[in-house]
Design a protein around this ligand. Structure first.
Ligand code: BTN
Length: 260
């Protein structure tokens, strides 16, 4: 099936039999960043599950204050949630699992998760996830899950990322339906979120799907670099690295390189 040139918020919502995720979608042909608009909507009291969706971002935000390339053909969306503070660590896990499940179901490709939540195919990044929280003390004002998927991009057109990134269309040799992928993704986010709020856990599946564990890693936190074996992940999502001198370091956020 050919990709749709633009996404229609109405048609996605019409076909979604979710309780709340995606029941309100704000679609924009072009935006600076869906995170920016999601923050404004959340501050105005948007309903839980409200989605901000765009065909193109001009100032997409990545983790660790980087820019995120988000040209036409990609998927860029943010989802507004109001979870309890105890669920915050799981939101990151839930998001990467929902992406992996939806890519698998819609394309048949086999994505992997690199800690903390990069989604890769054949060791190249196909999706980035950014979770931003607005907290007041121990109260969550709102949380936003930002998901950027390289869907229908000719990755060779982007020399700045060609060595580390891929796209679904590059891997498949044909375009994917962004419409189907978004629908599936929103259904999965809701399903996993309901698992959490019902007292269940997404930690075990996320841990078991990480390609990072048991490997030699180099982690750049922006402030320090740690090297060693990625031994495990804690329930709060942090990575435990055993260095050659036997000491253990707990890293909350960073960029992992997996040497050959
Ligand atoms: C990463 O650095 O891996 C995270 C990238 C997150 C990109 C998505 S695209 C939708 C949302 N809006 C943004 O500006 N960023 C996130």
């Amino acid at each position: 099936m050919n990709d749709e040139k633009i996404l229609s918020a109405e048609s996605i919502t019409r076909e979604l039999d979710t309780r709340f995720i995606g029941q309100r979608i704000f679609y924009y042909p072009s935006l600076t960043s869906t995170m920016e608009v999601a923050r404004q909507k959340a501050q105005q009291g948007a309903a839980e599950g409200t989605v901000i969706l765009t065909d193109e971002q001009t100032a997409g935000r990545g983790r660790l204050k980087r820019l995120w390339l988000s040209p036409k053909g990609s998927i860029a969306l943010s989802i507004i949630l109001y979870p309890g503070i105890n669920h915050l660590p799981s939101i990151l896990m839930l998001a990467s699992l929902a992406v992996v499940h939806s890519i698998e179901s819609v394309t048949g490709l086999k994505p992997q998760i690199k800690w903390p939540n990069d989604v890769l195919i054949n060791d190249r990044k196909v999706c980035g996830i950014l979770v931003e929280n607005d907290l007041r003390g121990n109260t969550v004002n709102h949380t936003m899950i930002g998901i950027g998927i390289n869907a229908n991009l000719r990755i060779s057109d982007f020399p700045e990322v060609v060595s580390v990134a891929t796209s679904l269309s590059t891997e498949l040799g044909r375009e994917v339906s962004r419409f189907n992928l978004i629908k599936y993704l929103l259904i999965e986010v809701e399903r996993l979120y309901l698992v959490l709020t019902a007292g269940g856990s997404v930690y075990e599946e996320w841990r078991d799907r990480l390609i990072t564990l048991g490997r030699n890693v180099r982690v750049d936190t922006g402030e320090a670099i740690y090297e060693g074996v990625a031994e495990s992940v804690a329930r709060d999502g942090s990575l435990l690295i055993r260095s050659t001198n036997g000491s253990m370091t707990k890293v909350v956020a960073g960029d992992v390189t997996l040497p050959e």
